[in-house]
Design a protein around this ligand. Structure first.
Ligand code: C2E
Ligand code: CA
Ligand code: CA
Ligand code: CA
Length: 270
């Protein structure tokens, strides 16, 4: 049994070394990727639940890795956050997304994800403003998606930044709502524009009564705080019908379109 334990430790040690090596090369590749412009933005529509008109497009980063091909953000954003490279990467996404949105014929909004790391930087508001200036995109067409954890900090910087940007007309949406620990009092003090209900709830609507009740609670809360509710991960007509009954204002998901790159002057989706 002792020998087996030692073997396990050996395996574990190797696993740790592999992980370390993996994150090191990822980090190295990522620094190069920023220089070589290997990052692209995909766009996914967010529609009005009732009229089904397109309200916004969410910008979702992708990495076209020279050897590994298309990488999804969950595989590299955590490393980018740990190393601080997310600041550069986030700026790049914001620039690309605002530039493209400024050229659209239909004045849909553009929703850009912001990492808690970016939001904790005092420089962030200034960066957003200079990108709006540079690209000519009106502040009213930009929406920032921030997570609950961004505000879970001692520092006043994230709140001040959001208040400044909001005063200029930028919309603020809380992403993945229901998975974090926002207190109601904090929420009501912040005055966001939208609450995005996490897709885990949407996708268990028909199988778990709890999920339905939680969504009802969130949409009701949004209403009483004067915010709009958005559901993500909507894949079926049945889910859409339930969400409409629950009074969810906007919906997003494969039912309306998968994230797609911007090609030939047109956004392709569906
Ligand atoms: P998120 O902001 O919650 O984005 C929603 C995710 O759900 C996206 O995954 C989207 O492709 C996926 N999705 C949309 N509709 C459906 C559906 O109907 N069914 C299913 N199963 N999935 C759906 P994606 O693009 O892989 O992004 C993952 C996460 O990476 C995002 O979650 C966001 O947290 C982060 N992320 C993406 N782009 C950026 C970025 O530019 N900056 C930062 N900081 N984070 C980003
Ligand atoms: Ca998002
Ligand atoms: Ca989300
Ligand atoms: Ca998410």
């Amino acid at each position: 049994a002792k020998k087996e334990g030692a073997g396990k430790i050996k395996v574990f040690r190797q696993w740790m070394l592999d992980k370390l090596q993996e994150s090191r090369t990822l980090e190295h590749d990522m620094a190069l990727a920023l220089v070589n412009k290997e990052f692209v933005v995909y766009y996914q529509p967010i529609v009005d639940s009732f009229s089904q008109e397109i309200y916004s497009y969410e910008a979702l980063i992708r990495w076209i890795h020279p050897l590994k091909g298309l990488l999804s953000p969950d595989s590299f954003i955590p490393v980018a956050e740990k190393t601080g490279m997310i600041n550069e990467m986030g700026k790049l996404v914001l620039e690309m997304a605002c530039r493209e949105a400024a050229s659209w014929v239909i004045p849909a909004k553009i929703s850009v994800n912001v990492s808690p790391v970016q939001l904790s930087s005092k420089a962030f508001a200034g960066i957003v403003l200079s990108i709006l200036n540079e690209t000519g995109l009106p502040a009213e067409r930009l929406e920032l998606e921030v997570t609950e954890s961004s505000l879970f900090t001692e520092s006043n910087t994230p709140m001040n930044t959001l208040n400044t940007l909001r005063a200029l007309g930028v919309n603020i949406s809380i992403d993945d709502f229901g998975t974090g620990y926002s207190s109601l009092s904090r929420l009501s003090r912040l005055a966001f524009d939208k609450i995005k209900i996490d897709k885990s709830f949407v996708q268990s609507i028909s199988t778990q009564e709890d999920a339905l009740n939680i969504i009802r609670l969130i949409t009701g809360m949004a209403k009483s705080l004067n915010m709009k509710a958005v559901a993500e991960g909507v894949e079926t007509q049945e889910q859409l019908e339930s969400l409409k009954l629950l009074g969810c204002d906007f919906t997003q998901g494969y039912l309306f379109g998968k994230p797609q790159p911007y090609i030939d002057g047109k956004i392709r989706y569906g």
